[in-house]
Design a protein around this ligand. Structure first.
Ligand SMILES: *[C@@H]1O[C@H](CO)[C@@H](O)[C@H](O)[C@H]1NC(C)=O
Ligand SMILES: *[C@@H]1O[C@H](CO)[C@@H](O)[C@H](O)[C@H]1NC(C)=O
Ligand SMILES: *[C@@H]1O[C@H](CO)[C@@H](O)[C@H](O)[C@H]1NC(C)=O
Ligand SMILES: *[C@@H]1O[C@H](CO)[C@@H](O)[C@H](O)[C@H]1NC(C)=O
Ligand SMILES: *[C@@H]1O[C@H](CO)[C@@H](O)[C@H](O)[C@H]1NC(C)=O
Ligand SMILES: *[C@@H]1O[C@H](CO)[C@@H](O)[C@H](O)[C@H]1NC(C)=O
Ligand SMILES: *[C@@H]1O[C@H](CO)[C@@H](O)[C@H](O)[C@H]1NC(C)=O
Length: 345
């Protein structure tokens, strides 16, 4: 009985492994792709040392039935290259950089190289040649070096995800020049320096900005107060000073995380809140003052953590009940769900 069960589990996991390696072709195919694109793809294939994940890329002269590419049937140009690993051993043959030949696919609108644990090295400067690129997703790899400011030349980009890599150095201030950009993920890297003041000038509204888990220091630029962030995550950096500018009742913010900067310090008493707020995390800072009574009116607040700050006074009544761990370790917060009674005078 036990043996049977074990073999069923074994077969099931083999099937899962097999089906997860064979992904679907990513979009409508061409009978025959443009020869320039075919040549570029073969160069990429060879630079990657003909990895198992691209086993469908038979050198057949026409790219037909190749996985991970999307070819526009009317122009026969390759418009998307989307390679997504599953972290299974053997997808890639060992550490490889992003091939420079990718810049020889000038019609790309989408480039994805993600979850490829053997993809390493810096972003090639030739990436800046892909001027039609709208979406760049290079998350969960082992990419290193600086984020090149030349990315700002790709004026059609609306979404950039470089998160979960080992990028270091400063955030290029020019990224805010991307007038279509609405989604910027630079979190979980080793970026240092300040958040650029220019990040108060993103053109698209609302904007999604993720900078958490880096080494960013200095003040939260006051200019960020001008931007309507739908989501903003600045947690786990070394930011200091006033993050109050990120709040505001005219905004559509649903998620705001400034937790674990340790030195963010501002008066919380008169903060106003987005009506859309669902999640607010500001634990481990030096935020002081009272919790505004109006917080109880935020209809959809599902997650709240103000623990480990310097807050004082009565905890407002919330529609959604929060347990004491959301409020512990403040200067003198009182009332339920904390055990401390408020002494009214
Ligand atoms: C693509 O090339 C292969 C090998 O040369 C051939 O068998 C196949 O028919 C070609 N497909 C098209 C659509 O031309
Ligand atoms: C990465 O490369 C090593 C060889 O250096 C290989 O053993 C490993 O399976 C590869 N990992 C993936 C996810 O392809
Ligand atoms: C791509 O960019 C590199 C360096 O940035 C440049 O030398 C090269 O000429 C460009 N190639 C194309 C096809 O535009
Ligand atoms: C960004 O925009 C500013 C002003 O709008 C301009 O001076 C600067 O040259 C631009 N930088 C890039 C890299 O496009
Ligand atoms: C991150 O950057 C710091 C310097 O800013 C450096 O000392 C450290 O080794 C880097 N860590 C990683 C994992 O690259
Ligand atoms: C709030 O944050 C503190 C500190 O990280 C943690 O111990 C606690 O479990 C958190 N509570 C909630 C509800 O997230
Ligand atoms: C808090 O107030 C309640 C009711 O007024 C009382 O029963 C309780 O003893 C008080 N607790 C403390 C710790 O003072």
């Amino acid at each position: 009985m036990e043996l049977q069960l074990t073999s069923i589990i074994f077969i099931a996991s083999l099937l899962t492994l097999f089906s997860s390696i064979r992904s679907e072709p990513s979009g409508p195919g061409c009978d025959r792709c443009h020869p320039d694109d075919y040549n570029a793809l073969m160069k990429i294939y060879n630079s990657f040392n003909r990895p198992y994940i691209l086993a469908s890329w038979h050198p057949n002269g026409n790219c037909s039935s190749w996985y991970c590419i999307t070819c526009d049937p009317t122009t026969t140009r390759v418009i998307a290259l989307d390679i997504e690993g599953k972290g299974i051993a053997g997808e890639f043959n060992g550490p490889v950089p992003i091939p420079a030949a990718i810049s020889n696919l000038p019609y790309l609108t989408s480039l994805t190289l993600r979850k490829l644990s053997n993809l390493t090295g810096p972003l090639p400067s030739s990436l800046a040649n892909l001027t039609r690129l709208q979406r760049l997703r290079l998350d969960y790899n082992k990419l290193t070096g600086a984020i090149p400011s030349s990315l700002a030349r790709l004026s059609n980009l609306n979404s950039i995800d470089l998160s979960h890599n080992q990028f270091a150095g400063q955030i290029p201030s020019t990224l805010s020049n991307l007038s279509m950009l609405r989604d910027l993920h630079l979190d979980h890297n080793n970026l240092s320096g300040h958040i650029p003041d220019s990040f108060g000038q993103f053109a698209v509204s609302p904007m999604y900005l993720y900078l958490s888990h880096n080494q960013l220091s200095g003040a939260v630029p006051a200019a960020l107060g001008k931007v309507d962030f739908a989501r903003i995550d600045l947690s786990r950096n070394r930011l200091v000073g006033d993050a109050g500018v990120l709040f505001g009742d005219g905004k559509s913010t649903d998620t705001l995380d400034i937790s674990r900067n340790y030195e963010l310090e501002f008066d919380f008493s008169n903060i106003a809140f987005s009506k859309n707020l669902v999640s607010l995390d500001m634990n481990h800072n030096k935020i002081y003052g009272r919790m505004p009574i109006k917080m109880s009116e935020i209809e959809n607040l599902q997650f709240l953590n103000v623990s480990y700050n310097q807050l004082c006074g009565e905890i407002p009544g919330f529609r959604h009940g929060f347990d004491s761990s959301s409020f512990v370790h403040n200067k003198c917060l009182c009332g339920p769900p904390l055990p401390t009674n408020c002494t009214r005078s």
